[in-house]
Design a protein around this ligand. Structure first.
Ligand SMILES: Cc1cc2nc3c(=O)[nH]c(=O)nc-3n(C[C@H](O)[C@H](O)[C@H](O)COP(=O)(O)OP(=O)(O)OC[C@H]3O[C@@H](n4cnc5c(N)ncnc54)[C@H](O)[C@@H]3O)c2cc1C
Length: 481
């Protein structure tokens, strides 16, 4: 990577942005070397990654272009950043004297277009802000990840994010219409906004999910949908078997229904959210939404499908509605979590994967068995399926452990990575995907070749073509030797 000193890098950056948008020291620079994957290290004030040379808060595509061109010419590692809610090490600055290129000042909503049902905004617009403005007009993006108050549009596209209403609206790949992105050589590519086209491969998919390893996303256009919260119908059930729960989810999806939420919690994960009624049982949840006739018909059909399984016991839908209203994470909830971890030395993480229906129950059982057998000091191990498709579903494992006799920097190697490894290995072994929606980051990169098999050729060739100097987010998606 670069032979330039920090001082030489900062000198050039200071000619691109004014001093108030250039951070070259202090706690913010330390924080910029990591993301949530290393939250315990940051709570303890231990910094194990190279501290970046600077954070640049860009305000325009031109500034992004200048920074990338400078970095490309001098082989400086650039870590793109938006809402900083990444969980897989995507924001870790693995090379000395990296530049963290932050787009969160690019927060202009360019157009909300109720005729063509699409909204265009800069990369730093928070999803919460965009969706609130759309909802005030009777519209919605349909995108609702739990990080909605934290994440920004550039990051949401860069990670192939998905929201809680995905069964109806899909993931970001179903919402994204067009975009603007800047490549390391300074080329600005604009992908236009059309309903569909067959003009060669879909190039949106080269940019979407690139996690800052190929280009910087500066602007996005997403679809809009009519918003009818008054028609929402919630349904909740308790049952004893995850296997049966998966089968009911499959029946609903295979029959062609599109509830906005279709979820199944195992007893431990369920107790985390629904201890007031779950009584150590699994919890199955649905929500139907949209125009009234559709919401009613969807809810009616789901109730009929569940009724075929007398093992399921209905619960008051108010419980489900209340749970749903407090699901999202805002900065206050993040701060509270950090305080709790500091006090209790008990910490939790998640890993989410996907697989076809015929393998899901087996995968769930295998992971639960192995993690319990192989990882010490667990205080909670559970999982839920939260995004279902006609051919399969995801499973989102949650795990908490007490940190026993370790230094902060050992948390990852003693607990987090061994658990993640078991989940990834068991998933890949059964033909599933090791990563459903949090991105690969640095910590699932070791398995990326196994994930893609012979198709890794396509991914690797994109990297060589668009980032020949390897300056974009070193170590993310593409493993370093
Ligand atoms: C509490 C919590 C709940 C979450 N829930 C969900 C969920 O329900 N669904 C879900 O999908 N994810 C979820 N996530 C993960 C995370 O919020 C998403 O990955 C989100 O898309 C990241 O957006 P961001 O703006 O915070 O991006 P950042 O964290 O800033 O960056 C994420 C990655 O994208 C790259 N990147 C960022 N901006 C750009 C850009 N403009 N151009 C190119 N690359 C860029 C970064 O380098 C990094 O690799 C959750 C995270 C937290 C902390």
């Amino acid at each position: 990577m670069t032979t330039l000193s920090k001082e030489a890098i900062v000198e050039v950056l200071a000619k691109i942005v004014p001093p108030e948008r250039l951070v070259t020291g202090g706690p913010a620079l330390n924080e910029a070397s990591i993301d949530r994957f290393r939250k315990y290290e940051s709570i303890c004030g231990v910094w194990t990654q190279p501290i970046p040379a600077a954070i640049v808060y860009a305000e325009s595509t031109e500034e992004i272009q200048k920074v990338l061109q400078f970095a490309n010419e001098n082989k400086i590692n650039v870590v793109p950043r938006n809402g900083a809610s990444a969980t897989e090490g995507g924001l870790e600055t693995t090379a000395e004297n990296s530049i963290v290129l932050d787009g969160s000042f690019m927060k202009k909503i360019i157009k909300i277009d109720p005729v063509n049902m699409q909204a265009t905004c800069q990369c730093g617009v928070s999803l919460q802000e965009l969706d609130d403005q759309c909802r005030a007009m009777g519209l919605t993006t349909g995108h609702s990840p739990q990080s909605k108050p934290l994440a920004q549009m550039g990051g949401l596209v860069a990670t192939r994010s998905i929201g809680q209403f995905s069964t109806l609206y899909g993931g970001i790949e179903d919402m994204l219409v067009g975009l603007e992105a800047v490549f390391p050589n300074g080329h600005v590519a604009r992908i236009k906004n059309v309903p569909r086209r067959a003009a060669g491969p879909d190039i949106r998919h080269v940019v979407m999910g690139n996690e800052g390893t190929l280009c910087y996303i500066t602007e996005v256009t997403v679809k809009l949908f009519p918003y009818f919260p008054e028609n929402n119908e919630f349904m909740g059930y308790v049952l004893d078997s995850m296997k049966l729960g998966f089968e009911i989810l499959r029946e609903v999806m295979a029959a062609g229904y599109k509830p906005s939420i279709a979820r199944l919690y195992d007893p431990e994960d369920g107790a985390y959210h629904f201890s007031h009624f779950s009584n150590n049982r699994c919890v199955l949840i649905f929500m139907a939404e949209g125009p009234k006739p559709i919401a009613r018909a969807t809810a009616g059909a789901i109730k009929e499908i569940v009724a075929r399984h007398p093992e399921c016991e209905a619960v008051d839908p108010m419980y489900i509605q209340r749970w749903f209203e407090q699901l999202n994470w805002d900065p206050a909830k993040v701060a509270e979590e950090r305080r709790e971890i500091a006090q209790t030395q008990n910490i939790g993480h998640t890993t989410e994967v996907s697989i076809v229906w015929s393998e899901i129950a087996d995968l769930y059982e295998a992971v639960m068995k192995r993690v319990r057998a192989e990882v010490p000091d667990l205080t909670m191990l559970g999982g839920h399926s939260s995004h279902s498709y006609i051919n399969g579903t995801n499973i989102y494992f949650m795990y908490y452990y007490n940190l026993v006799d370790i230094k902060p920097e050992e948390e990852i190697s003693k607990y987090h990575i061994p658990i993640k490894r078991i989940i990834v290995e068991e998933t890949l072994k059964r033909g599933g995907s090791m990563c459903h929606h949090h991105g690969v980051g640095k910590h699932r990169a070791p398995w990326i070749k196994e994930e893609h098999g012979s198709a890794y050729y396509i991914l690797e060739t994109l990297k060589k073509a668009f980032d020949p100097n390897g300056i974009m987010n070193k170590g993310s998606i593409f493993p370093t030797r």
